[in-house]
Design a protein around this ligand. Structure first.
Ligand code: ATP
Ligand code: ZN
Length: 217
């Protein structure tokens, strides 16, 4: 049953690259919160909305399960999770790409040279798909972080990792050879049924984001 008395719950990354931009966007469209760094669940001061602050990796699942109605999260995370959610819109921040990189002075020159080799990544689903589509067989080594160090440790021959400026790759003697996936922050919505009140609030939020984007262009 639909519970019209509960607040629209929005998942936001607790602490990371998307946090400040997302909270600024919410403030920018007139949703006010106080003390959001202190607690996990934060009530909006002027609308029937609350924020759940969690790790970005957990956001697609929380939205898929309907624990949260909306979420602000990277397209990379949504795609990797293969989450059953509705993407409402891209937001133009948190822009990055998932790309293949290899040691600058190594034996491999292109992705074909990685056939039969080891690739370290935090994105095994998207990475496996990329190589399969090319008919290449690679051994995927899943690491939760610091993927860029894997070639130097001889754990892997190449990596598939998020890149924005390329500074991290360069600092680790790696060169980008191919892009797998373009990403930006997305606003996602649960596919679970929502009360009229929540649907109305979501329409309001979308309209305001639209207006906010236009004003800031
Ligand atoms: P959490 O503790 O929430 O799991 P995290 O360390 O996994 O955080 P961040 O590094 O804060 O995540 O990145 C969050 C998102 O920011 C990424 O999933 C991606 O969508 C986006 N992003 C933009 N540029 C980059 C980049 N250069 N490297 C990594 N992520 C980036
Ligand atoms: Zn994460």
């Amino acid at each position: 049953t639909l519970d019209s008395t509960t607040s629209l719950r929005i998942a936001v990354q607790k602490s990371g690259r998307l946090t400040d931009k997302t909270l600024n966007l919410l403030e920018g469209i007139g949703l006010h919160f106080d003390d959001y760094k202190r607690s996990l669940l934060v009530k909006c001061l002027n609308f029937d909305v609350e924020l759940l602050l969690i790790r970005d990796d957990d956001i697609p699942e929380y939205v898929e399960d309907g624990v949260c109605d909306l979420g602000f999260v990277g397209a990379n995370t949504v795609a990797e999770d293969e989450a059953d959610v509705t993407i409402l819109r891209g937001l133009g921040y948190g822009v990055c790409r998932l790309a293949i990189a290899i040691p600058k002075n190594g034996s491999a020159q292109n992705v074909e040279d990685l056939d039969g080799k080891k690739i370290a990544t935090s994105y095994p689903v998207l990475t496996r798909k990329f190589f399969e589509d090319k008919g290449l067989n690679v051994d995927i080594i899943t690491l939760s972080g610091s993927v860029e160090i894997a070639p130097r440790l001889e754990i892997a021959d190449g990596i598939s990792d998020l890149v924005s400026t390329g500074g991290t790759l360069k600092a680790n003697g790696l060169v980008e050879i191919e892009k797998i996936f373009d990403s930006e922050t997305q606003l996602i919505q649960t596919n679970k049924p929502l009360s009229e009140g929540k649907q109305k609030m979501i329409r309001k939020i979308l309209q305001r984001i639209e207006g906010h984007k236009k004003a800031s262009q």
